[in-house]
Design a protein around this ligand. Structure first.
Ligand code: EAX
Length: 322
């Protein structure tokens, strides 16, 4: 009897040990060396460390498991664990998020990070949580700039008729229609090929992404328009997260915060060093941009997309954060 008991306890310990070691896949759109890759690795390392190895992880970088919209859907159906994504397609799932996609809303990085780390950021993570997703932490993509193959963009007139890939985001599309471009929404995995084949003339993304994607291979001009801040977010699948203990949920939250901190540090570095990389790779960089005429047109055409449904309260609150 004694032997049997010891045997079954040992077997039980082995089984729970095996079950507790769970590998978490962290999906994202960019290379492992990008600001998202650095953030994904920080998530994995922190989670592994806090859990004493009960959780491990691996990256699924470079849209291996689909575009950002596909990966968000994967979280909802439980085929993805954790995803780091821009807000590009997220407003299609959680419409309140469109507030963050409004052009010329955030003054600078300090302003954006303060909003996202504060009350407003938490409110929006909670909204995400009401839509069959788990919002763990805000992270970052960066201020977006226009690149193209045709001409230097200095004024809205220069944008006229330019075929410009945007994210699948109606606020961004309305902004670019207002500024005179012809926006074409497209999932990220298709963008490089579309630029290469001339299906579109240009696209817009932060220096972080322009460098990670080596867009100098297919684009000549970069204009530092900084027309919109592009947040990113660490999301988890409710199918995974809801089954965790409170202690385990705490590890996931800490891992997401560590991920955001690592990504922001990399964004800072690339903001300092990225333009030199673009120049060294033969791009023409237009740094002196009068943003006011772009802002006037973009705000006029795009703010109503959000405020018609949700009013101006959130916009005013974001602007008021010092
Ligand atoms: O999240 O689609 C985009 O342009 C995004 O900025 C990119 O996928 C990184």
């Amino acid at each position: 009897m004694k032997h049997v008991l010891i045997g079954s306890i040992a077997a039980l310990a082995l089984t729970t040990g095996a079950e507790a070691r769970q590998k978490i896949v962290v999906g994202h759109a960019l290379s492992p060396s990008s600001h998202y890759g650095v953030g994904a690795q920080a998530f994995i390392d922190t989670l592994t460390e806090l859990s004493g190895g009960a959780f491990t992880g691996e990256q699924a970088p470079a849209s291996q498991l689909g575009g950002e919209r596909d990966m968000i859907e994967g979280l909802q159906i439980g085929s993805m664990d954790v995803v780091i994504t821009s807000t590009g397609p997220l407003g299609n799932f959680v419409p309140e998020i469109f507030a963050l996609d409004l052009p010329f809303l955030f003054r600078d990085y300090d302003h954006a990070r303060k909003v996202l780390d504060g009350e407003i950021g938490q409110e929006l993570l909670d909204r995400i949580g009401e839509n069959n997703l788990v919002g763990l932490a805000w992270t970052e993509n960066g201020f977006r700039h226009v690149t193209n193959s045709q001409r230097p963009i200095r004024t809205p007139e220069d944008l006229q008729g330019l075929k410009l890939r945007t994210m699948e985001n109606k606020v961004h599309m309305a902004a670019f229609t207002g500024m005179g471009a012809a926006p074409t929404p497209m999932a990220w995995p298709e963008v490089f090929g579309a630029l290469q084949q001339g299906v579109v003339d240009g696209q817009e993304n932060p220096v972080t992404v322009i460098t990670a994607a080596k867009f100098w291979e297919v684009q000549k001009y970069v204009s530092l328009t900084g027309h919109v801040y592009s947040p990113a977010v660490v999301l988890a699948s409710p199918a995974l997260y809801d089954g965790l203990s409170d202690e385990q949920k705490g590890w996931f939250l800490e891992a997401a915060k560590a991920s955001a901190a690592a990504t922001r540090a990399e964004v800072n570095r690339l903001e300092e060093e990225g333009v030199a990389m673009l120049l060294a790779n033969g791009m023409e960089v237009i740094t002196e941009i009068d943003r006011a005429p772009f802002a006037a047109l973009a705000e006029q055409s795009s703010y109503a997309v959000y405020t018609d449904q949700y009013g101006t309260g959130m916009v005013e609150r974001i602007k008021a954060v010092e």
